[in-house]
Design a binder for this molecule. Structure first.
Ligand code: PMP
Length: 290
């Protein structure tokens, strides 16, 4: 599904066939989840293929590596150029791009010694989540910020996301909503959350979330459209039965939520400011003016 015999990847300085890229059984990343990665999208626009917010994603990748003490010295401009080259070699335009930094063989619990950069891409049309998701409050909390660097996109953190997402699916929901250690709403398993009440948007403040690039884009759109938006801490009860809510993330884009714990969001989606934000986001990523 992600690759075939023709797929080209970038690995440790070379472009090669995905099938030829081996995995090191002794790598520190495989054993301990000690890797950092990004999720980026490219879009087919009037001006050709455009990677949305490449600079922001690669700045975050470098920051994640730094926070994890993984040596990594590629420049943002180099990473962006390599990604365009990868897309061209594969003939992709609307695609999902997965940069991944892994570490060399090392069974000790010390910092990474040598790192390897992989750039993978696969074709991807619309967001990975359908609209109108039924979500449930998860019994799995987001990682405690005193135990992890939650603002870094680290492989091992996603075990928490897998547990929460799978638990929600097993219970008949589409996705999970994870809380922080104090019971405040944090985020989805792979996306940030907003809810709407009386024309204002609310989203969890930073602290226990991955502060998403899409979340930041929503702030920019709100400023452009003069939609009030507040970053604050709140409990799930405060957003239940609100006018509307959505998840946002690079892969998810902006997806409407149908209900939280079976309590529906009440307003017709097309009459909400959230739907304006969704529409504007679609124009923005395709390089059209707001
Ligand atoms: N939270 C988590 C846990 C995520 O995995 C993601 C996806 N990267 C997001 C939020 C949204 O981040 P972004 O908008 O930068 O994709």
């Amino acid at each position: 599904m992600y690759y075939n015999s023709k797929t080209i990847v970038y690995f440790d300085g070379n472009f090669l066939r995905a099938e030829e890229a081996g995995i090191d059984l002794y790598g520190q990343s495989l054993h301990y989840g000690y890797s950092v990665f990004e999720g980026i999208k490219s879009y087919n626009t009037d001006r050709g293929t455009r990677i949305f917010k490449a600079e922001e994603h690669y700045e975050r990748l470098k920051r994640s590596a730094e926070l994890m003490h993984i040596p990594f010295d590629y420049k943002v401009s180099e990473l962006t150029a390599l990604t365009y080259e990868l897309l061209e070699k594969n003939g992709f335009s609307d695609a999902y791009i997965r940069p991944l930094i892994t570490c060399s063989p090392n069974m000790s619990l010390s910092k990474g010694q040598k790192s390897y950069l992989s750039l993978l891409a696969w074709e991807w049309g619309n967001g990975y989540l359908a609209n109108n998701l039924k979500i449930m409050t998860s019994r799995f909390q987001r990682p405690n910020p005193n135990a992890f660097k939650v603002e870094a996109k680290v492989g091992g953190h996603y075990v928490n996301s897998i547990l929460a997402c799978q638990d929600a699916k097993d219970k008949g929901y589409d996705e999970a909503l994870l809380l922080d250690e104090y019971g405040n709403v944090a985020e989805g398993s792979g996306a940030n959350i907003f809810y709407e009440k009386d024309g204002t948007l609310f989203t969890p403040a930073k602290g226990s979330i991955l502060p998403g690039i899409t979340r930041q884009t929503v702030f920019e759109i709100c400023s452009e459209l003069t939609i009030p938006v507040k970053e604050t801490l709140f409990k799930p009860e405060e957003m239940k039965g609100a006018d509307a809510a959505f998840f946002c993330g690079t892969a998810a884009e902006i997806v409407a939520l149908d209900s939280l714990d079976d309590v529906p969001f009440t307003k017709n989606w097309k009459d909400t400011v959230s739907s304006k934000v969704q529409h504007t986001y679609q124009k923005l990523v395709r390089g059209l003016s707001l």
